[in-house]
Design a protein around this ligand. Sequence first.
Ligand SMILES: [Fe+2]
Ligand SMILES: [Fe+2]
Length: 150
Amino acid sequence: MTNNRDLFTQELNQLLRDPNVQQMKKYAQHGGTNTLSHSTKVALASFDLAEKLGWKINEEELARGAILHDYYLYDIRAEGLSPYRHGTSHPKLAAEKAGQDFELTDKEKNIIRGHMWPLTLLSPPRSREAALVCMADKYVAFREMVLRKY
Ligand SMILES: [Fe+2]
Ligand SMILES: [Fe+2]
């Protein structure tokens, strides 16, 4: 194994205990899930994908970026946003809000900012960690929206 799963899991569990992270439970996501459950799945899938591809990653940055990638903290339906509008605008908002509540590295900010690429054409993923979250988010969203697996 190239990466340290224990370190990744430890960071993930620490984040999941954070009251700010816990707020994401309140907000619905694709289908019948919530943003915290979705983001946890994206984090785990990102790490598994790194292992499959044999990509060396920074465990803490991957865990933090993945867990916070949808830290926009609003209800899409209550805000009256179209899926397109939400899709293009939430990465920037999530990066701003996460930046207020957590001390983030540039890589962690870009993981959040770049996760919807290529929809947000001008904000591409700029690291292996960001590319993994971008791919894992689509994989998890497909399972949630099409296969209804939560
Ligand atoms: Fe997202
Ligand atoms: Fe997501």
